[in-house]
Design a protein around this ligand. Structure first.
Ligand code: NI
Length: 421
């Protein structure tokens, strides 16, 4: 299928400004950027009065938690987990998780996300939702120590069954949940299994002060230093949160080339704090953005996350240039693609055709003095006109092409009546 995306203001390859350019797409990749002359398209999609840019990458989320939206709020992290989330999760069936994941995929498609990074359970079942949706995803089965190491075996089985499926849209990573839920032995075995397969390793790290302090008590080391001692840090490592990290931790993360997944909204809502992102960026760390699960956000809207990343650190540091707009946009897209090793890093030939068109139709997007600033500081998920993932249109002007949204909403509400009580 050859598609020409025509008439948009398109983000340049450097990600610094929007210029008038058509984009030709073939076999899931960007074939051409320019006027498109000579490209014999099977389909031309008119994107007049739209901005075209790499789709967002939601670098840390838990898809089925959409079911818990609004059902557990205004509590500290550990109380939130122990009194609300874990009891609700106990009632969750694999089928429930599948429907909740469909809802998450619909929400991400609607908000311009093409690729995401998930950690949860029932992955082997709800991964069907990702296949149907047309999205790209890195997924892992959360590994905790509990009754032995059988979770690692489950993760291996998941990898063997799904890694590389759907024409490479599905990647399976290894997800030891966190320092406080995994023994040393579990972490070491998970590391070895991930290394053997050159797979991503996704872990929660220094999210709350309590967790960070408990780790120091247990190991006389911060979580980052503990992971370093166990050989867990590499360019394949995805560290979610890193709110409490020290300067030494940041230096270690930078030295190993590990990636930080920043979730500003979830960290604020759970009262966890503010990650020292400007310091990480200065140290050269690849920082990507994620929404975290919908129970702690309470949506999967990357526009909100990007705007928060761009404004939060300015206010906190009393520095209006702490995270500039173009940096925030890269954190929401290219940096995530780099961390997950999937998706579109720039609008350039042979990059993945994971693209989002943003409408300039509404008052809040005008005038267009600087389109990039409008995207970061003015736009919202309601402005998404098109979501193309892997060269396929998943959403265009109000219409979902792969999912039955009314059915999904109905079923999710029915399940919530049973589970979220
Ligand atoms: Ni999380």
């Amino acid at each position: 299928m050859k598609i020409l995306l025509k008439g948009a203001l398109t983000l340049n390859a450097e990600g610094s400004s929007f210029v008038r350019a058509n984009v030709a797409v073939e076999n899931g990749k960007i074939a051409l950027v320019g006027d498109g002359a000579g490209f014999e398209a099977d389909e031309v999609i008119s994107l007049d009065n739209c901005l075209l840019m790499p789709a967002f990458v939601n670098a840390h989320t838990h898809l089925p938690m959409t079911l818990f939206r609004g059902a557990a709020d205004d509590m500290p992290l550990l109380t939130w987990l122990e009194t609300r989330i874990w009891p609700m999760e106990d009632k969750l069936s694999a089928k429930d998780a599948l429907i909740a994941a469909r809802l998450a995929c619909a929400e991400m498609i609607r908000s311009g996300v093409s690729a995401f990074n998930d950690m949860y359970f029932f992955t082997d079942t709800f991964i069907e939702a990702v296949c149907e949706s047309g999205l790209r995803g890195a997924l892992c089965r959360a590994i905790t120590s509990g009754d032995g190491d059988f979770r690692v075996d489950e993760a291996i089985a998941l990898y063997d069954r799904w890694h590389g499926a759907e024409n490479g849209r599905i990647a399976i990573s290894f997800g030891p949940h966190a320092e406080y839920t995994c023994s040393k032995e579990t972490l070491l075995r998970t590391r070895d299994e991930a290394n053997k397969r050159d797979a991503l390793l996704h872990i929660h790290c220094s999210e709350s002060q309590e967790e960070h302090a408990q780790c120091i008590e247990r190991h006389a080391k911060t979580p980052v230093a503990w992971f370093e001692e166990l050989g867990l840090l590499s360019e394949r490592t995805l560290l979610a949160h890193c709110v409490q990290v020290t300067d030494d931790d940041i230096a270690l993360i930078a030295a190993r080339g590990a990636n930080v997944l920043h979730n500003p909204q979830s960290n604020l809502k759970l009262g966890s704090g503010i990650a020292p992102v400007p310091k990480m960026l200065k140290a050269g760390v690849n920082v990507a953005l994620g929404t975290d699960g919908a129970a702690s956000n309470n949506n999967l809207d990357m526009f909100e996350e990007m705007r928060l990343a761009a404004t939060l650190h300015k206010g906190f540091m009393r520095d209006p240039v702490a995270v500039p707009a173009d940096t925030a946009l890269k954190m929401a897209s290219a940096n995530g693609a780099k961390a997950l090793r999937m998706g579109c890093k720039a609008i350039a030939e042979s990059e993945a055709a994971d693209l989002v068109a943003i409408s300039l139709e509404h008052p809040h997007m005008n005038p267009v003095n600087d389109a990039l600033k409008n995207v970061v500081y003015s736009a919202g998920m309601g402005d998404v006109a098109m979501n193309m993932t892997d060269g396929k249109v998943l959403y265009y002007k109000g219409e979902y092409k792969t999912l039955d949204i009314e059915k999904i909403k109905f079923e999710a509400n029915e399940i919530a009546k049973r589970v979220c009580v």
